[in-house]
Design a protein around this ligand. Structure first.
Ligand SMILES: CSC[C@H]1O[C@H](OP(=O)(O)O)[C@H](O)[C@@H]1O
Length: 353
């Protein structure tokens, strides 16, 4: 399985997802600025993937600063701040950067910067390694939700290996359920405007011969009404304390349609996607992206000039539309505020504050 992120000999290789599926090309990042630009351009994308990429971006920045102590410590803070500004919604970006800064803070400012850089590199590699293990656990818990073998599942956007360090979250569950013979087909929303579903999810699943039916986003309701799917599985970019979920634009519509048709709607996400500082989805910052992403299709302008265009990259699904949230610690069920609080207490998880 292709990896979206490879750290090798001090160079971060990022699979350029804007070129998929036509072209498999890696971006060699030797400085933090290249990583920041890749996150902004969605050359690397997906909540866990951008968190891991930013962590390695901070390592690249720290290595550049290593020349003098005077530059090193203020420099680290500045690079972290710049990486935080790349995208506002996926909380994994901030979780990863905070985790890296907490490692740096263990050292006093008289410490040889080379020692700090080595510790930062170890931490970035730990973040990447943990993401793989976490996704395997999410996949196993999630597959247990599928008790029969005739499920067709609908998914939106890409929460696969490309959106993480490996395996994926929602697609990790789909992979595991497929391996266990519990699902027979995946309906994939194309996911306008950037087509993460058509370009990335359909591609990932086709690589593994998992049967895919690609649909346009506006077909999801008709597919559900006609009984063509029995479950919905999506990823997440930020989950509030009450279980409201921010995810790719269009997720909310799919969730409302699933509720209307009595179809279970599952969210798969690591605990690093939970934001304990946010009480509800109303407080989740929603990224707005360039109008060009909507006004053009395949590089050809399809909308008239001079009109207003709205392009939120995410929406928020209120917790009442979510059947269960699948994490690496197990499956959470409503009431989510209690389930999430219990999870934090029982597992003594240092959820983002
Ligand atoms: C496993 S997180 C994937 C999550 O991230 C995607 O957003 P983007 O492609 O803009 O980075 C989308 O919301 C996916 O569900």
């Amino acid at each position: 399985m292709l990896q979206s992120i490879i750290w090798s000999d001090g160079v971060l290789q990022l699979l350029n997802q804007t070129l998929l599926p036509a072209k498999i090309e890696y971006i060699s990042c030797r400085d933090w600025q290249t990583v920041a630009e890749a996150i902004r351009r969605l050359e690397v994308r997906g909540a866990p993937a951008i968190g891991a990429a930013a962590a390695f971006g901070l390592v690249l920045g720290a290595r550049e600063l290593i020349t003098t102590n005077e530059k090193f410590w203020p420099g680290i803070t500045e690079i972290a701040a710049a990486l935080r500004k790349t995208r506002p919604t996926a909380v994994n970006l901030f979780w990863a950067i905070d985790r890296m800064l907490s490692v740096a803070s263990r050292y006093d400012q008289g410490t040889d910067p080379a020692i700090v850089v080595a510790a930062l590199e170890d931490e970035a590699q730990a973040i990447a390694a943990e993401d793989k293990e976490v996704n395997k656990k999410i996949s196993l818990y999630g597959a247990q939700l599928f008790t029969r073998g005739e499920y067709a599942v609908l998914t939106h956007c890409n929460a696969g290996a490309l959106a993480t360090v490996a395996f994926g979250t929602a697609l990790g569950v789909i992979r595991q359920a497929w391996a266990e013979g519990k699902i027979r087909r995946v309906f994939v929303d194309e996911t306008r405007p950037l087509l993460q579903g058509a370009r990335l999810t359909a591609w990932e699943l086709a690589q593994e011969n998992i049967p895919v039916t690609l649909i346009t986003d506006n077909m999801a309701g008709w597919v559900m009404k006609n009984g063509m799917v029995q479950a919905v599985l999506v990823g997440a970019d930020r989950i509030a304390r009450n279980g409201d979920v921010a995810n790719k634009i269009g997720t909310y519509s799919v969730a409302v349609l699933a509720k209307e048709h009595g179809i279970p709607f599952f969210v798969a996400a690591p605990v690093s996607t939970f934001d304990f500082t946010i009480a509800s989805g109303a407080d989740i910052p929603i990224e707005e992206r360039s109008a060009d992403e909507v006004s053009s299709f395949g590089g050809i302008r399809v909308a008239p000039e001079g009109i207003d265009i709205y392009n939120p990259a995410f929406d928020v699904t209120p917790n009442q539309y979510i059947t269960a949230i699948i994490t690496e610690y197990g499956v959470l069920r409503p009431p989510y505020d209690r389930a999430i609080a219990n999870l934090a207490n029982n597992e003594k998880i240092n959820l983002r504050r």
